[in-house]
Design a protein around this ligand. Sequence first.
Ligand code: SF4
Length: 294
Amino acid sequence: MSEGTLPGGQPLNPVEPFLRMDRMPHIWCPGCGIGITVNCFARALVESRVPLEQTVVVSGIGCTGRVAGYLNLDSFHTTHGRAIPFATGLKLANPELRVVVYSGDGDLIAIGGNHFIHAARRNVDLKVICVNNFIYGMTGGQIAPTTPLTALGTTAPYGTFEQPFNLPYLAESSGAVYVARWTTFHVRQIAKAMREMFQKKGFSFLEIISPCPTLYQRRNRLGDGLETMKYYKEKSLTCHGANTKEVSIGFQSEILVGKFVDIERPTFLETMNDQLARTLGQEYRRYGEGHGDD
Ligand code: SF4
């Protein structure tokens, strides 16, 4: 057996060490985009050489929420909508950790929406990855706060008429310092954005538009996962620095992708330390500085 091969000469998949192979096979449907994002995440970990013992993944509930359980890192599968407060607690208890929140649009933006905006407002140093497939997958295809107008869901059999969130705009206006969006067609760009987030200090947000062939695509007669990848390829327009107010997504519309925001702003711990040092003077020992990335 040579280096990089398995017994029998099969090539060793470079992302395999990042997965809990004892949990395979995974639960995701054929053509689902979530696995693609996991592959990008593993590659970003390899390429950025971040210390794995200091990297933690937190997820809530839902199909994307399963990611935490399949990764061979310290990971936490928390309750519905509570990934961000759980991650905030982890980060504040141990500022040396690189804390990644990896979940779906329903978990992060519906049930967890309030946590999302407040963590961004405070600029807690979290790397938030939202796999947005426009639907509640695990619970049967109900419309989500991201479902484009007129699309069908089990709770909108005649087409939704609720205005969806524009997630990059929501993230930026709440205070995020890094905001990007790609689709699962853009695997290199996703991995690059993840690497950038690993290095970024503050609330960083990556939206990944992803197919759910079993529920969203099927109910809306949009074909399988491959058809959706063709749609992403044809209808995505890279527009770095775009005004996030103008990147909302309509039903089967053009999708503006790119890195929209990359700014610096004091983190939650920095502002806390500055305020307490001002008030308490030399007696105050700054917390969580001098190590890690915060
Ligand atoms: S229901 Fe949709 S999101 Fe969930 S695993 Fe299947 S294809 Fe993916």
